[in-house]
Design a protein around this ligand. Structure first.
Ligand code: CP
Ligand code: NVA
Length: 318
């Protein structure tokens, strides 16, 4: 196995013991190092054994990819995962977060939390004495972003200077995309229906982090936004917790479907990303999701590699 380069290991060592609550917790060099290690792990150029460390998962929302990719990542690193589903733990019966976080810190080496409010995640991080990872909140989905930018790197070789058009709801995925893109020097265009743009506080934060002449553009016009972009990205119109709005949102978002007609306006070489799960026939058609430009299953696979890389960095041992 190749040795990891000093520059990658130096950047990753700077993350040891830290939380990963927002895409803004990483700088350009740290993100780049995480992606480089993830690619080495994927290509079997590197194998890492962290020595029986334990990851605790606290998920108050459903998950397939995030849950399983974290479990498999930990197994591949010679560790284990404890899944603390609130339905089967005292959390579901009202045990305070501050007690749960401190007790879990005595058993586990790292926690991944999926929940609704970002403030709840921050509370976990404040009470826990071990690193806490954002496994998705209403505000952000930073682990997803690492996989997305790894997929872009695999497709184009270079991340900096690319243009990503995100079509749909200004949600957690759009927020992390803006922040991560700004740090990595990527132009981000968000096309959403009026009233469904990303929060202005997040747009401001992303703007304050822009590097290498990256731009952030908001619009309500999917056709204009798609022209000249290398990456077309979409996500569900109603996120977890917004199920009651689903019918109303279907009407509002009907012109924001990534379908073949819309794609006819895009560059021939552009790729399609979707974090999944997808609602075929809503934000994306089956033909586009299954088409030649789609990289969604590589993107889903890459969750495993980037999270392995992230766990190595937060837990140390490189
Ligand atoms: N993309 C993603 O986070 O998928 P899950 O909800 O299945 O974890
Ligand atoms: N925006 C979606 C992402 C799911 C991975 C949600 O929060 O439900």
């Amino acid at each position: 196995m190749n040795k990891i380069s000093n520059s990658i290991s130096g950047q990753l060592a700077s993350l040891q013991g830290l939380d990963f609550l927002s895409s803004s917790d990483l700088n350009f060099d740290q993100m780049t190092a995480l992606l480089d290690l993830a690619i080495q792990l994927k290509n079997n150029e590197r194998r890492i054994d962290l020595g029986n460390r334990v990851l605790g998962l606290i998920f108050t929302k459903a998950s397939t990819r995030t849950r399983v990719s974290f479990q498999v990542a930990m197994a591949r690193l010679g560790g284990q995962t404890i899944d603390l589903n609130p339905q089967v733990s005292q959390l579901g019966r009202g045990e305070p977060l501050k007690d749960t976080a401190r007790v879990m810190s005595r058993y586990c080496d790292v926690l991944a939390v999926r929940t609704f409010a970002q403030d709840e995640l921050i509370d976990y991080a404040n009470w826990a004495s071990i690193p806490v990872i954002n496994a998705l909140t209403d505000l952000e989905h930073p682990c997803q972003m690492l996989a997305d930018f790894m997929t872009i790197k695999e497709s184009f070789g270079e991340i900096k200077g690319q243009t990503i058009t995100y079509i749909g709801d200004g949600n957690n995925v759009a927020n992390s995309l803006m922040i991560c893109g700004a740090i990595l020097g990527v132009n981000i265009r968000i096309a959403s229906p009026k009233g469904f743009e990303p929060l202005s506080s997040v747009v401001q934060k992303a703007n304050s982090l822009r590097q290498f002449d990256a731009t952030i553009t908001l619009s309500n016009d999917p056709v204009a936004s798609i022209k000249g972009a290398q990456v077309i990205y979409t996500d569900v119109w109603a996120s977890m917790g917004q199920e009651k709005e689903q019918i109303e949102r279907k009407k509002v978002f009907k012109d924001f479907c990534v379908n073949e007609e819309l794609l006819s306006q895009a560059d021939k070489e552009s790729i399609i990303l979707h974090c999944l799960p997808a609602h075929r026939g809503e934000e994306i058609t089956d033909a586009v999701l299954e088409g030649n430009s789609s990289r969604v299953f590589d993107q889903a696979e890459n969750r495993l590699h980037v999270q392995q890389s992230l766990l190595c960095a937060l837990l140390g041992g490189l």
